[in-house]
Design a protein around this ligand. Sequence first.
Ligand code: FEO
Length: 163
Amino acid sequence: MKISKKMEDTNNRQMNEELFSEYLYLSMSAYFEAQNLKGFAHWMRKQADEEREHAMRFYNYLFDRDGTAVFEAMKKPDAKWASPLAAFQAAYKHEQYITDRIHKLHDLAMREGDKATMSMLKWFIDEQVEEEASALEIVQKLKAIGKSVNGLMYLNKALAKRE
Ligand code: FEO
């Protein structure tokens, strides 16, 4: 069944949010790269890759439902953070925002009786639990590390292993 205009627009909005997430995490990756924290930079780059995949899920879904993908102007992401902890706190906050967007999109699909969108969003609802958990885990590790350079280097090495 062809997607309604309202659902097409809101799915497009979320596709653009996912693309902004990619952009934001690339900016965070560059921030870490500039500090020679290559493990952190690698983790953020992998995260950015995941966000592109999220955006493409919406892109594909829109065409599967006989809609189209519409790209908006991208806002400028922050480029600097006060510390690695501040960057990961910002990432965690961003994921909480994305979770809220996904839940609101699901609520709208429910109101509109759009069962296909509700079903597609199930994957995203589960994924957001993971997304928040992985950002929060690193926030907590960075808090525990405090000002220890050794601790930071140890975490840097661990994050370099993200597949
Ligand atoms: Fe696409 Fe990190 O949520």
